[in-house]
Design a protein around this ligand. Structure first.
Ligand SMILES: [Zn+2]
Length: 481
């Protein structure tokens, strides 16, 4: 029944009339295999490679360095499937389909698909392709040799093991993660303190280029005494926020941590699970699969998680405070406590005035600065965290609003850099900078949509008489409505 419905859905979705919006579809093929298909061909992916069943393998190129540096990305915006790259396609897709809440069929948007009616923006992420999946990855500070930009790539699941290892957790106890510590980039044991910085939705090429041109002086300072991967860190699929915050901080993919999208369908309770929302972020641990540990649970010493839903085991946690407040709608009802972004000298006022999302994210990030400064009191080194994780929201807001490389995305990065500067200067002033190692990354990339590229796959699926739910626009649960 499911197989028959899926075959019919795949036929509809692989019709050439939808190829401008459907990059490819994927579904589990049994025995851990994954099928991928589009208008140009289909293939069975497995741990041992790909066998092409028709035409051309839709994920034939998996080069994680494709479309780097920035000039290469700008020269070919929204590359077509034939020219695109899908790093670790099998590993990422097969991880997703291990999860009990995984859909029966995944539809991957083309990079240029513009879908404002369903919540899409000028800048988007979520897809399997390399530009939407690529987060920056920069290491700097105690134990890191200044080597600049390196022609290499990592994965978002490598972040947790790297942070834990830098904070003194033995590598031997991290072997159960999907990711691995980036042991070639640093020396463990050299730092007293580890700081993880996540700039949500920040385009990797952009970050490196703006650091090089002097537009992000504090990132440039870190890169000047550290290194960064030109291919960045490739997000788990789908390349969306809560899936990858969780992957970054647990070191495992969605198949094991269980948070498969920002919204998904729980077949057992037959309800939609809405994870990535200001009203629900504080409930993150309710959706985590049993037995999955965060990096905070693997590091001995004081851990802090700032503005980050993923917080199990952290001694200090913003969302722990939200839960303690007893508010029923989480961070949403805390809005009255946020500082006025119009009074914030670190915020680009032009956007604060004209864009409500920019204003709100600026307020949240301003609270972030207050928290990180409070976590490192002058003269009390015993209180400084062994591991501090600091999530920045505004970068994602700017990238969605105008697309990567737009003025508003770049201003969001400049604001984030100024906030980072306040913190780094503070570490300098209290004498903590030289004993700290920094890791700067993101949860996914960002790609510009093409406003002329409209279209919808739900309508032709319905016209074909297929019963389905489409969660988060692309997760197809067959036989449910
Ligand atoms: Zn995000």
């Amino acid at each position: 029944m499911l197989t028959e419905a899926r075959d019919r859905a795949v036929d509809v979705l692989c019709d050439p009339s939808l190829s401008h919006v459907v990059d490819l579809v994927a579904w589990p093929a049994g025995s851990g295999g994954v099928m991928v298909a589009n208008a140009f061909g289909s293939a069975l992916l497995s741990a041992s490679g790909a066998s092409v069943l028709r035409g051309r393998n839709p994920v034939a190129s998996q080069d994680p360095l494709a479309f780097t540096p920035l000039a290469a990305e700008l020269a070919d915006p929204s590359p077509a499937n034939l020219d695109n790259a899908y790093p670790w396609a099998y590993e990422r897709l097969s991880s997703l389909f291990l999860a009990s809440a995984a859909p029966d069929l995944v539809v991957v948007h083309t990079g240029k698909h513009y879908w404002p009616a369903q919540g899409g923006h000028l800048g988007e992420h979520g897809s399997l392709n390399v530009v939407q999946s690529r987060a920056p990855l920069l290491l700097s500070g105690a134990g890191v040799v200044a080597r600049g930009l390196l022609p290499a790539a990592a994965r978002v699941v490598d972040v947790a093991p790297t942070l834990a290892w830098l904070a003194g957790t033995p590598l031997a106890s991290l072997g159960d993660m999907d990711g691995a510590a980036l042991v070639d980039l640093a020396v463990a044991g050299a730092a007293q303190h580890v700081v993880g910085l996540l700039w949500d939705g920040c385009n990797s090429n952009s970050l490196y280029a703006m650091a090089a041109s002097g537009e992000l002086p504090n990132v440039a300072r870190l890169l000047g005494s550290g290194c960064a991967l030109q291919g960045g860190a490739i997000a788990e699929f789908p390349s969306v926020t809560l899936v990858n915050h969780t992957s970054a901080l647990t070191g495992v993919g969605p198949g094991r941590h269980g948070i498969v999208n920002n919204a998904y369908f729980d077949r057992r309770s037959a309800v939609q699970v809405l994870t990535n929302n200001a009203a629900t972020w504080h409930r993150w641990s309710e959706w985590l699969a049993p037995g999955v540990q965060t990096v905070f649970e693997r590091v001995s010493g004081r851990c802090a998680s700032v503005n980050e839903p993923v917080d199990n085991g952290a001694d200090y946690s913003t969302f722990g405070l939200v839960r303690a407040s007893g508010s029923s709608d989480g961070a949403k009802s805390m809005n009255s406590l946020l500082p006025d972004p119009l009074q914030d000298p670190l915020a680009t006022q032009e956007h604060v005035v004209s864009n409500a999302d920019y204003a709100w994210s600026s307020s949240v990030d301003a609270i972030g600065v207050e928290q990180v400064l409070g976590l490192w009191p002058a003269g009390s080194p015993g209180e400084w965290p062994r591991l501090m994780w600091w999530n920045t929201l505004l970068t994602d807001t700017g990238h969605h609003e105008g697309g990567p490389h737009s003025p508003i995305a770049r201003d969001a990065m400049r604001d984030a850099d100024r906030r980072l500067g306040v913190f780094v200067d503070h570490l300098d002033a209290i004498g903590a900078f030289d004993s700290t190692v920094f890791l700067l990354t993101s949860d996914h990339g960002s790609e510009g949509a093409d406003p002329t590229c409209a279209g919808d796959w739900d309508e032709p699926l319905r016209d074909a008489g297929i019963e389905f739910r489409d969660e988060a626009y692309g997760f197809i649960y067959l036989g449910h409505s």
